[in-house]
Design a protein around this ligand. Structure first.
Ligand code: G6P
Ligand code: ZN
Length: 584
C-alpha cells in the first residue's frame, strides 16, 4: 500500500472567494492560479465541524467541465491530508448534481460507509473550456447545498487563510477505472472509491417511476422522443435510462457525449441555447425538415435543469411544475399517497398556486435558490417544487433534477395514453395536456427577459430607481397609464422578503415586485449566478382565466406589459441595451 505524508503549505488569501447562489464560480484561469482552489477547499474543511471531515466519507465529482480532472486530484490529496477516510468519485469524475445528491442520501459503500458531504465541481449552465467557467460547491449530508451559515464561514475563512494541508507522495488516482485504491497515511487508511456514475441514480429513478409503463409509451409506434444533453453530464445518464432501460432508439439522443467544453456551446436548456433540439422539435426559425418528435427535452451542464418541449410546442417551466403537481398522484407511483405540499420560487408564475388551491395543498413561495426548498422538504412540508429558471424536482433528493422532470412528463404521457398506445386513435400530446391544463386552471402568460453581463453599477442604479418608485403608487400608476392605458392598475409594489417557516431565518431584497390588480406581475431581479458584470432579469406574467382566451401567442399577449416594464425601468437608458440577451 502506498504511504503518504502530510505537507503544510503556506498560502495567502485571494479576494472574492464568496460562494454565490450555487457555489464559487470563476473563469478557469482564475481557478488555475496556484493555491486558488486549495484555499477554497481548505476554507471549506475549516468551516465544517471536525466530525464532518476527520474519518468522513466525501463525494468528489462534477459535470466534467475543463479543469475538473486536475481539481479532483487536488481535492483527493487535500482530503487525505485533512483526515478524510474515503473519497468517492464517479467514474471519470462524472456525477450530475442530482446524482451527487442521490449518492449522498442513498449509496452505501462496500464496507457499509455513508457519505456526509460532497464537493461538486460545476458551473452549472455556464459554458466550459479553458477560457470559460469552472465552479465548486459543497453539499451537506442531506444531499443539499451548504446553508448560508456554512458558506458565510467558508468565505470568512478564505479572507484569513494562511495554510493548507495536502498529501505528499500520493500519486494521481486513475479515475477512469471503477475500483477502490487504498493508501496509508499518518492517521491510517485512506481509500479512493471510483464507482459507476449512473447505477445509484438509476436505481432511485426506478423506485420513483413506473418504468414499465414509460417503456410501453416509448416503444409505441405513435410516440417519438428526443433528448439533448448539450454535451453535459446528463449524457452519462441518458443512454442508460432512455435507451437501455426504457427502449428509446439511440438516434433519439442528441449531444449525449459529455465534453469538457460542452462542444463549445452554452449548456443551458432554453429556446436560445438548445438550438439543435429546438430545430428538431419544429420550433424556431431554422426548424429542420420532416415530422418533429412528439416529445423533446434538454438538460444543462450538470443535469439539474430541464426544458420540456412538445411537437412545435414549448412548455414554460412555470407551467411544467404546475402540470406535474396536478398529475403526480395519478401518474407517479412515488406520489400515490398524496403530496405533502408544493412550492415555487417568487419569480416563477402563479400557475402552481392555482393548482395548490384546487387540490387543497400546502403552498410556499420562496426566494430564488433551491436551498429554500430543501428546508421545506427536510421538514416534510413539500413534495414537488419548481422554478422558472428551468428547475423542477421533488423531495426524492435535495437538488433540482433534470432527468426526473423528463421522467415525470413521460409518466404523465404514459398515464394519459395508457389505453391508447396501439390502434388508430391519436395520442394525447404534450400540447394537449398543457392546453387542457389551461382550460381547467387558467393560463399564466409568462416571459423572462435577461440582460446579461451589463455594467454592475448601472444595474444597481436601475434597481435602486425601481425601489424608490415603489413608495408612490399614484405616481407609478400615472407613469404606467402614460405608457399603456390597456394594462390594469398597479395595486401593490414591494421588495420580496421571506421568512423561512422552518428555521425562522429572514431573507431580504429578493427581487422587486410590481403587482397589478388583475393578477399580472412585473418582477425585477439581479442574477446571483453570473460570473462577470451583472445580469438583470425581468419576469413578466399575466393571468387569463377565460378559456376562450388562453390560446394566444405568449409574446403578443404580453406585449403591453413588456412595454410598461421596459419604460418604467428605463432599461435602455440604464443599460444601453435596446434588446435583451435572451428571451425565454
Ligand atoms: C441556480 C439555482 C436556482 C436558481 C437559478 C437562477 O440554478 O440553483 O435555484 O433559480 O440558479 O439563479 P439566478 O440568480 O441566475 O436567477
Ligand atoms: Zn445546473
Amino acid at each position: 500500500m502506498v504511504m503518504f505524508k502530510v505537507a503544510r503549505v503556506d498560502t495567502t488569501p485571494f479576494d472574492g472567494q464568496k460562494p454565490g447562489t450555487s457555489g464559487l464560480r470563476k473563469k478557469v484561469k482564475v481557478f488555475m492560479q496556484p493555491n486558488y482552489l486549495e484555499n477554497f477547499v481548505q476554507s471549506t474543511f475549516n468551516a465544517l465541524s471536525a466530525e464532518k471531515v476527520r474519518g468522513a466519507t466525501l463525494v468528489v465529482s462534477g459535470d466534467g467541465r475543463f479543469y475538473s480532472k486536475e481539481a479532483i486530484q487536488i481535492i483527493i490529496k487535500m482530503s487525505a491530508a485533512n483526515g478524510v477516510r474515503r473519497v468517492w468519485v464517479g467514474q471519470n469524475g462524472l456525477l450530475s448534481t442530482p446524482a451527487v445528491s442521490a449518492v449522498i442520501r442513498e449509496r452505501v459503500g462496500r464496507d457499509g460507509s455513508k457519505a456526509s458531504g460532497s464537493f461538486i465541481l460545476t458551473a452549472s449552465h455556464n459554458p466550459g473550456g479553458p477560457h470559460e467557467d469552472f465552479g465548486i460547491k459543497y453539499n451537506m449530508e442531506n444531499g443539499g447545498p451548504a446553508p448560508e451559515g456554512i458558506t458565510d464561514k467558508i468565505f470568512e475563512n478564505t479572507k484569513t487563510i494562511k495554510e493548507y494541508f495536502i498529501a505528499q507522495d500520493l500519486p494521481d488516482v486513475d479515475i477512469s477505472a471503477v475500483g477502490i485504491t487504498s493508501f496509508s497515511g499518518p492517521e491510517g487508511k485512506f481509500d479512493v472509491d471510483v464507482f459507476d456514475s449512473a447505477s445509484d441514480y438509476v436505481k432511485l429513478m426506478k423506485s420513483i417511476f413506473d418504468f414499465t409503463s414509460i417503456q410501453k409509451l416509448i416503444s409505441s409506434p405513435k410516440f417519438t422522443f428526443c433528448y439533448d444533453a448539450l454535451h453535459g453530464v446528463a449524457g452519462a445518464y441518458a443512454k442508460r435510462i432512455f435507451v437501455e432501460e426504457l427502449g428509446a432508439q439511440e438516434s433519439s439522443l442528441l449531444n449525449c457525449v459529455p465534453k469538457e467544453d460542452f462542444g463549445g456551446g452554452h449548456p443551458d436548456p432554453n429556446l436560445t441555447y438548445a438550438k439543435e433540439l429546438v430545430a428538431r422539435m419544429g420550433l424556431g426559425k431554422s426548424s429542420s425538415q420532416g415530422e418533429p418528435p412528439e416529445f423533446g427535452a434538454a438538460a444543462d451542464g450538470d443535469a439539474d435543469r430541464n426544458m420540456i418541449l412538445g411537437k412545435r410546442f414549448f412548455v414554460t417551466p412555470s407551467d411544467s411544475v404546475a402540470i406535474i403537481a396536478a398529475n403526480a398522484v395519478q401518474a407517479i407511483p412515488y406520489f400515490s399517497g398524496g403530496l405533502k405540499g408544493v412550492a415555487r420560487s417568487m419569480p416563477t408564475s402563479a400557475a402552481l398556486d392555482v393548482v395548490a388551491k384546487h387540490l387543497n395543498l400546502k403552498f410556499f413561495e420562496v426566494p430564488t435558490g433551491w436551498k429554500f426548498f430543501g428546508n421545506l422538504m427536510d421538514a416534510g412540508l413539500c413534495s414537488v417544487c419548481g422554478e422558472e429558471s428551468f428547475g423542477t424536482g421533488s423531495d426524492h433528493i435535495r437538488e433540482k433534477d433534470g432527468i426526473w422532470a423528463v421522467l415525470a412528463w413521460l409518466s404523465i404521457l404514459a398515464h394519459r395514453n395508457k389505453n391508447n398506445l396501439s390502434g388508430g386513435e391519436k395520442l394525447e400530446t404534450v400540447e394537449d395536456i398543457v392546453r387542457q391544463h389551461w382550460a381547467t386552471y387558467g393560463r399564466h402568460y409568462y416571459t423572462r427577459y435577461d440582460y446579461e453581463n451589463v455594467d454592475a453599477g448601472a444595474a444597481k442604479e436601475l434597481m435602486a430607481c425601481l425601489v424608490n418608485l415603489q413608495s408612490d403608487l399614484a405616481e407609478v400608476n400615472k407613469i404606467v397609464k402614460g405608457i399603456c392605458s390597456d394594462v390594469s392598475n398597479v395595486a401593490d409594489a414591494d421588495e420580496f422578503e421571506y421568512k423561512d417557516p422552518v428555521d425562522g431565518s429572514i431573507s431580504k431584497h429578493q427581487g422587486i415586485r410590481y403587482l397589478f390588480a388583475d393578477g399580472s406581475r412585473l418582477v425585477f431581479r439581479l442574477s446571483g449566478t453570473g460570473s462577470e458584470g451583472a445580469t438583470i432579469r425581468l419576469y413578466i406574467e399575466q393571468y387569463e382565466k377565460d378559456p376562450s382566451k388562453t390560446g394566444r401567442d405568449s409574446q403578443a399577449a404580453l406585449a403591453p406589459l413588456v412595454e410598461v416594464a421596459l419604460k418604467l425601468s428605463k432599461m435602455e437608458q440604464f443599460t444601453g441595451r435596446s434588446a435583451p440577451t435572451v428571451i425565454t
